[in-house]
Design a binder for this molecule. Sequence first.
Ligand code: PXG
Length: 442
Amino acid sequence: MALDRKATPNDLNAFWMPFTANRQFKKAPRMFVAAKDMHYTTADGRQVLDGTAGLWCCNAGHCRPRITEAIQRQAAELDYAPAFQMGHPAAFELANRIIDIAPKGMEHVFYTNSGSESVETALKIAIAYHRARGEGARTRLIGRERGYHGVNFGGISVGGIVTNRKVFGTMLGGVDHLPHTHLPGQNAFTKGQPEHGAHLADELERIVALHGAETIAAVIVEPMAGSTGVLLPPKGYLEKLRAITKKHGILLIFDEVITGFGRLGSAFAAQHYGVLPDMMTTAKGLTNGVIPMGAVITTAEVHDAFMAGPEHLIELFHGYTYSGNPIASAAGIATLETYKEEGLFERAAEMAPYWQEALHSLRGTRHVIDIRNEGLIGAVELEPIAGEPTKRAFSAFLKAYDKGILIRTTGDIIAMSPPLIIEKPHIDQLIGTLKEVLDGLE
Ligand code: PXG
């Protein structure tokens, strides 16, 4: 029997939508029914240019045949294999291919099903790593203001997005935060990495002095903070964080859920910025967003600390039913093949200067108070409507959708992160339409 896939279901009530204004949406639903390469098709038959790669995840564009076929083939051949105490070839193959493109020094892969789970996994590994080495007092976790590390309890505890935290109780104990690196007074309209703010990494020394290094397990930051509105690391900042963490025996975790898989023009931000963390959390672009999958990538040093004791014992009491799921693994392999065959990471780097100039051409447009960019990421910050924060950007989002482009908003910031297959005429359309939208806004 064919699936019922009506473009407009007759009742929208049951589905409680994530991170969505449910009542607003259900009064005027925005439905996608198909996608191909750079475009979505809406239920009413319009083409919408994807300015956000879905949710920062479809880096190779949509419905790419190699990925679709790999999923179909795997689903028909081996649908599921137990993730614990059993294996299947695709999960090992994918891990090897991830390590092939990861920064030198990264040697192991632990699978999850999302960015949020990758974060929880990395935080747990960090604490257990120190304990395995006889430093069990290192349990504190340091995040950063305005950081986004998913929505589970560890992630919102180290995260610093107030709305994602404040109604959910007391969080994890033993967490502290670095200040964020956003200095609009000094760095507004900077192209790429800003000049000012490396000194903010020195705040880690203050936190270490306050708690004692011997109580701190890890620092987790997004090398470039995406969700909070594209906040770039000031020049020298990540290098300083690395030096201070290393000096005090603290693990450094880069949350590369957005920056991983070519977004900045290298496989990972760690390579783009030339700073090697101890662990990287990933998801999204790993499978082109097509099948849920995440991965924590670690150095040999982190992994090897667990490989002691009797060999019949489980080394790490952690994992998910779907860790390394066969269909997700097949999707991951096909995705990495697509990136490689089409040279998409290099393509992102080549397209970045054109993207940068197009974005910054919006300087001077109505309401625009800052523009930021790196790789194929861009943000346009709007002056909020007095007393009604977020409203202006949300209106821009709705108008943009009506005019055939998909953008994202967070607060009064518009964020864009198109698929890496984007062509110059698409960039012109995206930025040109956004300008029209902004010119027409209250
Ligand atoms: N870490 C980072 C750095 C992220 O950006 C997560 C963890 C969580 O991933 P999952 O797969 O659990 O959602 C993210 C997710 C947006 C937006 O528009 C960003 C994310 C997700 C959805 C929307 O900014 N980032």
